[in-house]
Design a protein around this ligand. Structure first.
Ligand SMILES: C[S@@+](CC[C@H](N)C(=O)[O-])C[C@H]1O[C@@H](n2cnc3c(N)ncnc32)[C@H](O)[C@@H]1O
Length: 557
């Protein structure tokens, strides 16, 4: 993706100068820059940094900003391999190339100097990083998989890359150290212990402690104490942003300004990453007014309040007090709500919600009967269900298997509960696509169910994320599936076909607009391809429909 035009804003020729304030607009010469200023000043750098005792630094719009407008573009302070690996990734035989992050076999090609995995022998990486990694004792050719994984811990390299800034970019190093690290809150926590084992002792014992004895130590690093490494882990943990490349590779980056955006469970900004320049562009997700805070979501927007709060407390050390977190019904979606089972004498079927959603230990009360249940009970039920849902979805289930689990969970959960949401989102992609359940073979009842499920899911998404920022992929899938049901209905009832086809067109265009935000991700790219095919199919249907309408008219005449 090219984020910005590289041409002059006045005459559109290749332009070497950039507006020094916003760094967004280019000019071929100073004359054109001056000439453009009266127009450009109305939108140049439309935000400022502010400070608050609770939020720390945060960003505020200083003027109206239109939806999708780029608010700022910036280079990273540091970018490196994915910061948190899943268990499967920790023991995978495919790892990111130490130089360019292209996935490569762990023991196929190794950098000639440091002996770390590279995608090809000619792919070179940064010299200082290579010199430090060269101090290690790489596993021999005979090492088993465990030995290789213990040594090549690419998830520790982001901290090493931070350390390198001391020498490579002192100004970036200073900016990095200004970032919030929550060092004190981390002490004694699991996060701290994990960082000690995964990063700090690993980097120190394998590489950094060998600097003192190195012949070229003067040219390496001077500061690498355990305390400093822990501080860097805290800075990364508090601030890192996930960057998904078009290849599917996930990186982690720390950005001076973008990382100042505060968290809200309903975001109003989103960002796109340009792999070629490594720059990030922050865009408005909706129209913003002067004084609006620029907000992104640090956690999973589809989780219920208790899970989001827990995650934010554990990893970012704050209690979110946003309007969604304060609302027991979560904007009327009930994505955390449980079904009340009543007591031994009487069943109920009411809805149970947290009395105080901001309190982890809160009781949950029924909206119909006096029943109260403990947070521990709710948490146990949810954990059990997480296991069941994850297990089922990991195994590529059939529609009838998903329906069975849905029916079972519906005894205990609100129809919009996030577990139900996940199952239903899978189901809408099975009805119409599973062998034997293709659109044409669905009964009217099944087609109606698909459509109702789509509408329910869309309502939840629009309440939680009205600008389809975090849920762009989910929403595009739903819109595409709604379009499929309308298309099938058009095929089934020729009398209503013209009206149904218009609905298909509207839903597909809506999906196209939403998917634009995530067009650089693997899922976004796939959806765009699917949308193009669907639009082609739509055109064919419109043509066929107009032929059949014409022939009807002629027959009637
Ligand atoms: C990515 S940093 C944001 C920049 C940070 N405020 C600074 O001054 O560097 C994340 C940290 O900002 C604070 N923060 C962000 N959003 C917040 C919110 N909605 N409520 C309270 N604190 C928040 C928390 O301390 C969090 O760990």
């Amino acid at each position: 993706m090219t984020i910005l035009s590289t041409n002059c804003a006045v005459c559109n020729v290749a332009a070497p100068l950039t507006c020094t304030r916003c760094k967004l607009v280019r000019y071929c010469n100073g004359e054109h820059q001056k000439q453009h200023w009266p127009t450009h000043k109305t939108c140049c750098k439309p935000f400022k940094v502010q400070n608050d005792p609770q939020l720390g630094r945060y960003l505020v719009a200083t003027q109206t900003i239109q939806a999708k407008q780029i608010i700022f573009v910036e280079e990273p302070l540091v970018v490196g391999p994915k910061w948190f690996l899943t268990d499967d990734e920790k023991s995978a035989s495919i790892v990111p190339c130490v130089a360019c992050y292209t996935p490569c076999r762990i023991n196929k090609h190794l950098c000639r100097s440091c002996r770390w995995p590279v995608c090809s022998i000619s792919c070179e990486h940064e010299k200082l990083e290579c010199s430090i990694l060269s101090l290690g004792s790489p596993p021999s050719g005979k090492s088993d998989a465990r030995g290789l994984h213990d040594y090549y811990r690419h998830d520790a390299l982001l901290v090493l890359k931070c350390l390198l800034l001391q020498r490579q970019h002192p100004e970036r190093w200073a900016a990095l150290l200004e970032m919030q690290s929550h060092e004190e809150e981390r002490l004694g926590t699991e996060l701290h212990q994990e960082a000690e084992q995964r990063i700090v002792s690993y980097l120190q014992q394998r590489f950094l402690q060998r600097i003192k004895a190195a012949k070229n130590r003067e040219s390496l690093l001077s500061e690498y104490s355990a305390e400093l490494l822990h501080r860097l882990c805290g800075i990364i943990e508090t601030n890192y942003m996930v960057i998904e490349l078009a290849t599917g590779v996930e990186l982690s980056g720390v950005f001076r300004q973008a990382c100042m955006m505060e968290h809200a469970c309903q975001p109003n900004c989103y960002f796109q990453f340009d792999a070629a320049t490594q720059r990030i562009a922050v865009r408005a997700g909706c129209d913003l007014k002067k004084g609006d805070h620029l907000k992104i979501t640090y956690t999973n927007i589809l989780w219920g309040t208790q899970m989001r709060q827990h995650h934010l407390r554990m990893t970012k050390h704050f209690n979110c007090r946003c309007s969604r977190c304060e609302d027991p019904s979560e904007y009327g979606t009930y994505v955390s709500a449980m079904r009340c089972l009543g007591d031994v004498s009487k069943s109920c079927g009411g809805i149970q919600q947290p009395v105080d959603p901001l309190d982890e230990q809160t009781q949950w009360k029924c909206d119909t009967c006096p029943m109260l249940v403990d947070a521990a009970y709710v948490s146990e039920v949810q954990t059990h269900m997480t296991d069941e849902v994850e297990k089922l979805l990991a195994g590529q289930p059939t529609a009838s298997q998903v329906e069975l689990l849905l029916a079972r969970l519906s005894q205990l959960l609100h129809p919009n509960h996030f577990h139900m949401f996940n199952l239903k989102h899978t189901l809408i992609q099975l009805y119409g696509h599973e062998p034997g359940l293709e659109l044409a073979t669905l009964s009217d009842l099944q087609l109606g169910r698909k459509q109702r499920l789509c509408e329910e899911l869309l309502n939840v998404c629009q309440s939680l994320d009205p600008y389809s920022i975090k849920l762009a992929i989910y929403v595009s899938v739903i819109l595409i599936e709604i379009a499929h049901t309308f298309e099938e209905q058009a095929r089934r009832s020729p009398a209503k076909a013209t009206a149904q086809l218009e609905l298909v067109r509207l839903r597909l265009l809506e999906a196209q607009d939403v998917v634009e935000k995530v067009q650089d991700s693997v899922a976004g790219k796939k959806l765009l391809e699917k949308l193009n095919l669907d639009l082609f199919e739509y055109d064919k249907l419109v043509l066929a429909n107009s032929h059949s309408q014409n022939s009807h008219t002629q027959t009637a005449v």
